[in-house]
Design a binder for this molecule. Structure first.
Ligand code: GZL
Length: 364
């Protein structure tokens, strides 16, 4: 897909801080007006609305509408199309969609939504359908990292800017899409390893329930975990890796096989909570007790954090799904003709036996 030459520049640290502050000011003033509107007290929804300060990834370049191509519009007069990837059986997806819908409502922006039910071909046709219905801007939560060319070409032909959230698409920032907003998945893997090392004493055999194939999240969560184990606990050996496709059913099935084939397994790193909860079901079904095998998971869903409270799960690293405020703040700044970072980081928290009971209400 050809576009006129585009300018984007590496943000120096001072510039990054200034840009983040500028977007934070906008966001905070938005939050402030929200406080005022709610009589000085944040509404529950607003308090749960998630991170409002746009944090550029260190080294991120910027993008402007002049560089990208497209027309300045007032977000209030625009129609935003949101493409969700996976069926909303997974609380991560439910919370992610809810965050987008809440922020659109908060800002009075017209929103069209579509859910691909975990089928990539449907996600491609969903986005083309959103364009046909007149979306002026797109927010996409991609299922896969590759195969997006038809959508990129269709959006470019209509000069419809795209912001991607959560998983990365293999395309060019500030050319094929404006900005990519996501957690630091490698860091999530490192933090999961820290919890696993703590829980196992850094010795023994562990297994990885891999996420689905074809996306950067699985790759990066695995990379981070293995790096940190090698660096800090060479006595911890990864002896089993198999995908559970990010689903509870598959996580249970794989864990049932695992405990048959590796009866001495000491820890299970599940790359998302749904698979982790499937693993808990498998251990319960095999007559194991809470704590027999250390389970560390990623997402921060209510059921998984309850599992920490109950002793079945040793630690949960949050993967924050509340992209709404950041996605709309980025669209708002961009459509006003101002600079936005090409790479934006959403902050994640974590749950351990020390804080799970106290912070259970923050889980989604
Ligand atoms: C990560 C996201 C993953 C979640 C899973 O941000 O892409 O996809 O961790 C979901 O729960 O399936």
């Amino acid at each position: 897909m050809q576009r006129t030459t585009h300018r984007s520049r590496l943000l120096t640290r001072p510039a990054l801080i200034a840009l983040a502050a500028a977007m934070a000011v906008t966001a905070t003033s938005c939050a402030k007006s929200e406080d005022d509107a709610a009589g000085g007290k944040k509404s529950t929804a607003a308090a749960d609305a998630g991170q409002k300060v746009v944090t550029p990834k260190p080294g991120s370049k910027t993008c402007t509408i002049d560089a990208y191509g497209g027309k300045k519009i007032d977000l209030k007069d625009a129609t935003v199309g949101f493409s969700q990837s996976e069926k909303e059986a997974n609380p991560f997806r439910i919370a992610e969609t809810q965050s987008i819908e809440d922020e659109a409502a908060e800002r009075g922006v017209k929103l069209l939504t579509a859910n691909a039910q975990s089928q990539f071909s449907k996600q491609i046709s969903d986005v083309q359908d959103l364009l046909a219905k007149g979306a002026d801007l797109l927010v996409i939560a991609p299922l896969n990292s590759d195969g997006w060319d038809p959508v990129l070409q269709a959006a470019a032909a209509k000069k419809v800017p795209i912001v991607t959230i959560d998983r990365k698409i293999n395309a060019t920032a500030c050319k094929d899409y404006v900005s990519f907003i996501a957690s630091d998945f490698v860091e999530q893997g490192r933090r999961a390893a820290d919890h696993m090392i703590e829980a196992t004493g850094g010795k023994g055999e562990v297994a990885i329930l891999l996420g689905s194939a074809g996306n950067n999240v699985t790759t990066e969560r695995t990379q981070g975990f293995k790096e940190r184990v090698a660096e800090k606990a060479p006595g911890l050996k990864v002896v089993f890796e198999q995908t559970g496709d990010f689903t509870r059913e598959k996580g249970q099935q794989v864990t049932e096989q695992l405990i048959q084939s590796k009866p001495g397994i000491k820890g299970i790193y599940a790359e998302n909570d749904e698979m982790g909860l499937g693993a808990v079901a498998a251990l319960k079904g095999a007559g194991k007790k809470a704590g027999d095998i250390e389970i560390v998971t990623v997402d921060g869903t209510r059921n998984a954090v309850q599992g920490v409270v109950d002793g079945w799960i040793s630690g949960v690293i949050e993967s924050n799904p509340r992209f709404g405020p950041l996605a709309f703040q980025t669209l708002d700044t961009f459509t006003q003709g101002k600079e936005v970072p090409q790479d934006i980081v959403i902050q994640d928290s974590a749950y351990s036996p020390d804080n799970a009971e106290r912070d259970l209400g923050k889980a989604y």
